[in-house]
Design a protein around this ligand. Sequence first.
Ligand code: NAP
Ligand code: G4F
Length: 348
Amino acid sequence: MKKALVTGITGQDGSYLAELLLSKDYQVHGIIRRSASFNTDRIEHLYRDPHDPEARLFLHYGDLTDGTCLRRLLHRVQPDEVYNLGAQSHVKISFEQPGYTADVDALGTLRLLEAVHDHLSATGKPVRFYQAGSSEMFGASPPPQTENTPFYPRSPYAVSKVAAHWFGVNYREAYGMFVANGILFNHESPRRGETFVTRKITRAACRIKEGLQDQLFLGNLDAKRDWGFAGDYVEAMWRLLQHDTPDTFVVATGEAHTVREFVEAVFEKLGLDWKKSVAVDKRYFRPTEVDSLCGDATKARKVLGWKPQVGFDALVTMMVDHDRELARQEKTLRAAGHEPTTRGSTHG
Ligand code: NAP
Ligand code: G4F
């Protein structure tokens, strides 16, 4: 049985990746942060009591800012594969917390690579490492972006991801480590964090439809993104680590839409006129924006045989259906006199 160690398992991608690996009979070890409130909602359905002989998902407390615990966990778990998905992943928030973002996203990656390198030297046991790179690294470089497009990062998040990317490449070249670098374009799902633009839109539109909210405030509607489905993208991560040699791959759909087009598609699906409910609020603008991302994933298609299964319309439908159901449940609870907390739609 193969063993995988996953940072960021409580996030959107971590939860889909854990599902995929469990379906492939891996033993999965996830690193979770201690939090005053529960942060394991996305993986609750996968979790079993560790005393259960059938349990194959194990959770360990840890943090990318704590190199000692990363070393200890590598030693304890002895993984075959490490997926480094943990990150402060919100671009706008990285302007407010640049130091923390760099510590987790850039130095955290370095700490984990160092721990894997030492583990390799001590045990001789090969470990394959996946680094979660981002299309944000291309930033101001115009589309279509490929593996050969120069990086031009436009936020502390993107600069940190560029550093993490090059740490990975350097450990591959310097020590012969198996470090595979994914450069993934935006990918979404019903499990997407509520302050990323797609989920912010689908949640708000569904709440407007159910009469729970009147308005939605957004930032730059002209930005273009290449949006895919997170479930398809974790399959690509896994394929990167099954390939014979460690390499860098762009993972994208090759189709881009503006934020305005995403809004239009969502409101149209709900039979609503978006212009009556959506207003622009400059607080959601970024000091430096990434205007246009559209990836060319020809290499992943040819070498890994990967291609996305879920297109733009199907993604919008999936997210709207999910959030409509949540809004209906909220309405029912409110009608029965309960006051459910509605989380954070005004942030991010
Ligand atoms: P996400 O939903 O924001 O999840 C981030 C995960 O990282 C969470 O599990 C979070 O834990 C964890 N984390 C945050 N700070 C940490 C720390 N100091 N130590 C350890 N773990 C920490 O992000 P995602 O969308 O799943 O993305 C996964 C990875 O891919 C990230 O590295 C992201 O930057 C990158 N990426 C994402 C996309 C995309 O479109 N989704 C595209 C390209 C690259 P908590 O649950 O406790 O907060
Ligand atoms: O949904 P977003 O916050 O995603 P962004 O900045 O593209 O970053 C995401 O994708 C990256 C891959 O390219 C990941 F690396 C990163 O971790 C994250 O998952 O914003 C998308 C676009 C931006 O241009 C933003 O300015 O939507 C625009 N936008 C307009 N109004 C808004 C809003 N974004 C947010 N979050 N909130 C708004 O109200």
